[in-house]
Ligand binder design. Structure first.
Ligand code: ZN
Length: 456
């Protein structure tokens, strides 16, 4: 018997807000062909309010096995940079098999947390010696295999990493697994494409990629796939901004806007330290800012001025980045709470059109994440993929309206499992908080992490 291809939701969060009695229908390919409000109840019913599945626009999968290992003081003043040294030591020993195990567990966790697709900002390319594998895309294809097994959508972003710092500083020995020429990186991207992956290209940062290499990789990637999105880290740390100014006289985002064709195909990850003029320019170009609030908090990056950027009409999405936390709810809460703490106000990121803070954040993050992933996802409407999540509206939540249930899940009483059910491309991957691979993925992850911690 083929599985049902429709679901009735008493409440669903459509692009304009909550709608009642919504029938969702999709085709064999898992694409929505019908989203109709005011429908008569029929067939399978969602157990709670339905929301669009959240794209995770920034992930370094291998760092999931490293999360939680650096929460102690190791230097007089621990920082992003001391964390990065420790992370590099860890990255040097991850094998292809270990990466697949780590990523499978991570993607299962993402699904349970409400993420239905992920952009992998992937730079761990080569063998531990720094020599390429016989299959140059070995590590990237392990991520694709993990995504396939877990059942999460994927945009694979092979990362171009050439230098240790501004001014084409030679790479460090402990960066040897990341380093590629432009041609080498494009070969990896081509292999991923041949294996059926949706790809984009990620020039790592202005620190790691020189101006001529940036333009070369953009042009080269267009020849492979004209629709590929571009992602890069930018302005995450104040030190980085200062070094950029010392190098070229301009702030990183300003330099990028002046020297690259930044438009809606671009995702600028972090952009924590920007001026209001840079925020306005990014909004005008329709680029995405990739916010990773829990990682940015964990690493002490700073607080992104979302109020100014949102007021400028800026587009954005969220990523779990280092996986200090793997939770849509945590990211949205941290984003809003950072603004509240900064401004000594409440409900800072609400809008006139969507005064409910949780609805506004969820809808915009999903839409922006879809743009960054360059995939037809992120909205409950015909033509998009049938990626959606069902909130847990049981117990104390059952007395609340759908809007209150969402706000409560995001901001106040998230509980252990705010997300009850998760569907990707019309296939249910999480049922009542459980994924079919929960036990096996966790066992393989624990084994891989144990090997890494024991240095074997
Ligand atoms: Zn990152």
């Amino acid at each position: 018997m083929s599985p049902p291809r429709f679901l009735f939701a008493e409440h669903a969060l459509l692009p304009d807000g909550w709608a009642q009695d919504v029938m969702l229908g999709w085709d064999d390919a898992g694409m929505l062909i019908e989203v109709r409000a005011g429908a008569a109840p029929e067939g399978p019913r969602a157990a709670g309010p339905v929301l669009p599945g959240m794209p995770n626009l920034h992930s370094h999968a291998f760092q999931r096995a490293f999360a939680g290992l650096t929460e102690y003081r190791s230097a007089a003043a621990d920082s992003f940079w001391t964390w990065r040294d420790a992370m590099y030591r860890f990255a040097l020993s991850v094998s292809p098999e270990q990466l697949e195990a780590i990523a499978t567990q991570l993607y299962v966790e993402m699904l349970r947390a409400g993420y239905t697709s992920v952009c992998e900002f992937h730079y761990l390319h080569h063998s531990p010696s720094g020599a390429p594998y016989a299959e140059p895309a070995e590590m990237a294809l392990r991520l694709a295999a993990a995504a396939q097994r877990a059942g999460i959508g994927l945009t694979l972003l092979p990362v171009l990493y050439c230098h240790a710092g501004f001014g084409a500083t030679p790479p460090r020995a402990d960066q040897r697994r990341f380093i590629n020429s432009v041609d080498g990186l494009l070969r990896i991207a081509q292999r991923c494409l041949e294996q059926g992956a949706r790809i984009g290209i990620a020039p790592h940062s202005l620190r790691a990629v020189a101006p001529d290499e940036l333009i070369e990789v953009l042009n080269g990637s267009r020849a492979i796939d004209a629709t590929a999105p571009f992602h890069l880290h930018i302005a995450e740390q104040q030190v980085e901004v200062d070094e950029c100014i010392a190098w070229c006289g301009a702030r990183p985002v300003q330099w990028l806007l002046d020297h690259a064709p930044v438009d809606r195909h671009w995702c600028l990850v972090h952009a924590t330290h920007i001026e209001p003029s840079e925020a306005q320019a990014l909004a005008d170009r329709s680029a995405i800012v990739g916010l990773c609030p829990t990682t940015e908090a964990n690493l002490g990056d700073g607080v992104f001025d979302a109020t100014t950027y949102f007021d400028a009409g800026g587009r954005w999405g969220v990523g779990s980045d280092s996986h200090a936390s793997v939770s849509v709810v945590d990211e949205l809460r941290m984003l809003e709470y950072g603004q509240r703490l900064m401004r000594q106000q409440r409900n800072v990121l609400a809008s006139r059109a969507l005064p409910g803070i949780a609805e506004r954040l969820w809808l915009e993050a999903a839409e922006g994440g879809a743009q960054a992933a360059a995939q037809p996802i992120g909205r409950l409407e015909a033509g998009r993929r049938a990626d959606f999540v069902v909130l847990d509206a049981s117990g104390v939540q059952s007395q609340l309206t759908p809007a209150q249930t969402l706000a409560s899940a995001v901001f106040v009483q998230a509980g252990a499992r705010p997300i009850r059910d998760v569907w990707v491309a019309g296939r249910q991957r999480v049922a009542e908080g459980v994924h079919a691979l929960d036990a096996t993925a966790q066992a393989a992850f624990v084994a891989a992490r144990t090997q890494l911690l024991n240095g074997s």
